[in-house]
Design a protein around this ligand. Sequence first.
Ligand SMILES: [Mn+2]
Length: 210
Amino acid sequence: MSHYVVGDIQGCYAEFAQLLDIIAFDRARDRLWVVGDLVNRGPDSLSVLRTVKALGAAATIVLGNHDIHLLIVAAGHRAAHGHDTLSPILEAPDRDELLAWLRRQPLVVLEGELLMVHAGLLPSWTPARAVMLSREVEATLASATHDDFLRHLYGDEPARWDDKLTGYDRLRVIVNACTRLRFCSADDAMNTRRRASPPGSRTPSANRPG
Ligand SMILES: [Mn+2]
């Protein structure tokens, strides 16, 4: 058995299919971890969703910010951005099935010493705690109130985690940390916008998380 991890496929279906081919991925034997952002930007997000979904138990995924964006746009709470490439999913005959599947994916996966998350965790969260917080979001996304939750999800506030947070503010911080975090400080304050180097750093970073 081989364990493969791939991130940010972003609708690049041809390259993804080629990758599976090169590693001779065998769904009966191998496992694939997909580190979020399956969709958007690239030309064929629909095929990426269908393919990963069809892998069933052979694939484990966490949600990224573009996947969350798709759920919000599909629910009609935001218009797609001009550069989004989500229309083929929204117009697909199996869109409801694909979106329902996507909506049931976690933000954090922990298996032994391996933890998978798209953006990051906050300093005060242990891995086990991060899984519990992810489950709070999963439970809401899988519940009858998911539409209302998606309506209130967009936003940068609160910018700092606090154990006492409740309701949508609490869930929004969890989602933002797990899917959008770029930098944070030791006191759990998040920066989801800065793309270059962290505040106070002298060396420009080449790392530009998407
Ligand atoms: Mn991303």
